[in-house]
Design a protein around this ligand. Structure first.
Ligand code: FMN
Length: 366
């Protein structure tokens, strides 16, 4: 019997199966960062999932750090998201919006008045280059946020959450993974602050706590998820005290009765190699609510994680790019399309976005 394809009650939200579409930036929103009909078509094609988490969506102009990604900081953007939500709801699928602030993983050319990107501390991302509106650029040393500025960013999250609610989303996911602003605050590698937002783990967690509590003034807890990447090295992350940090964070999140925590436990998106990787089973000891695993899962390993009780849901990223009908393929034992060429991940074009064939379409074309 398949558990992966069986329904799941996500704290009151009925999911038709436990396959989640992982958040994936695809850069099709244009320079105005406006959700559009093409994006609605793309998400609707993938609505076999029990839950879709949108691509990371910037909460303010300051949050930008990636070309052509959608925003949710204007009323027009909020309005434009409705076509995506409606297209997914028409397929009987629920959809959460992922809230994003890039922090230091940005560049002055994305920022208003060419200002430096902001971060908890002035520590440059050690990476080759960043893709910007003016081409590939070396990373810059970000500006450390003043204590007094942090409240406005927390407020930006709240306003974004409010717009997401008005757009009809079923919930929001707070992106606290992959070396973006919240992760930069959580981790000792990137947070060297000496104010109440830095130093102890409790202080490093404070920014996430404030963001979460501001979002919870808009959404009820069972409609809010948090994404964490304890093992990841993406965006030059990985801290020696990762285990202590993320056990503490999961433990702190537990009493809120949130929809889920979404943990990138697999190592296929970069591993910092600073110790034994953290497992879902380990997080279960401190987090009692719904647990979503991700990263490098296949149907069989996802099934095993759920059957063994380590996960309730599994998010699939790359497999959904080239297999819009991923769940049908799982259900019928149909083979998967080959992985998509990385060139098309962020090509800004329709090609390589909505043109992957379903299994049945590919068969009738033969
Ligand atoms: C093209 C692409 C874009 C991504 N964009 C995001 C994103 O916007 N937000 C996020 O949290 N993770 C993002 N990720 C990470 C995925 O959500 C997922 O964690 C990763 O692909 C590993 O899962 P997989 O092995 O099933 O692909 C992205 C990954 C890919 C390949």
């Amino acid at each position: 019997m398949t558990e992966l394809l069986s329904p799941f009650d996500l704290r009151g939200l009925p999911l038709k199966n436990r396959v989640v579409m992982a958040p994936m930036t695809r850069g099709r929103a244009g320079v105005d960062r406006m959700p559009n009909a093409l994006m609605a078509e793309y998400y609707a094609q993938r609505a076999g999932a029990g839950l879709i988490i949108t691509e990371a969506t910037v909460i303010s102009p300051q949050a930008n750090g990636w070309q052509n990604t959608p925003g949710i900081y204007s009323d027009e953007q909020g309005e434009a998201w409705k076509q995506v939500v409606d297209a997914v709801h028409a397929q009987g699928t629920h959809i959460f919006l992922q809230l994003w602030h890039c922090g230091r993983a940005s560049h002055s050319s994305f920022q208003e008045n060419g200002e430096l990107p902001v971060a908890p501390s002035a520590i440059k991302l050690n990476g080759e280059y960043v893709h910007t509106p003016i081409g590939k650029q070396p990373y810059e040393t970000p500006r450390a946020l003043e204590t007094a500025e942090i409240g406005q960013i927390v407020e930006d999250y709240r306003q974004a959450a409010e717009r997401a609610k008005m757009a009809g989303f079923d919930g929001v996911e707070i992106h606290a993974a992959n070396g973006y602003l919240i992760d930069q605050f959580l981790q000792s590698k990137t947070n060297h602050r000496t104010d109440k937002y830095g130093g102890s783990i409790e202080n490093r967690y404070r920014f996430l706590k404030e963001v979460l509590e501001s979002v919870l003034t808009v959404w009820s807890p069972n409609m809010v998820g948090v994404r964490l990447a304890p093992n990841g090295s993406f965006n030059d992350m990985g801290s020696p005290d990762f285990r202590e940090t993320f056990l503490y964070v999961a433990e702190q999140l537990d009493p809120y009765s949130l929809a889920y925590i979404h943990v990138m436990d697999g190592l296929g998106f970069g591993f910092h190699k600073l110790g034994e990787p953290m497992s879902l089973a380990e997080l279960r000891s401190v987090w009692k609510g719904p647990l979503m695993g991700n990263c490098g899962y296949e149907q069989s390993t996802a099934e095993a994680a759920i059957q063994e009780g380590n996960a309730d849901l599994i998010a699939f990223g790359r497999p959904f790019i080239s297999n819009p009908d991923l769940v049908d393929r799982f259900a019928n034992g149909w083979p998967l399309n080959p992985p998509a060429d990385m060139q098309i991940w962020f090509s800004f074009e329709k090609e390589g976005y909505t043109d992957f064939p379903t299994y049945q379409a590919s068969q009738s074309a033969v």
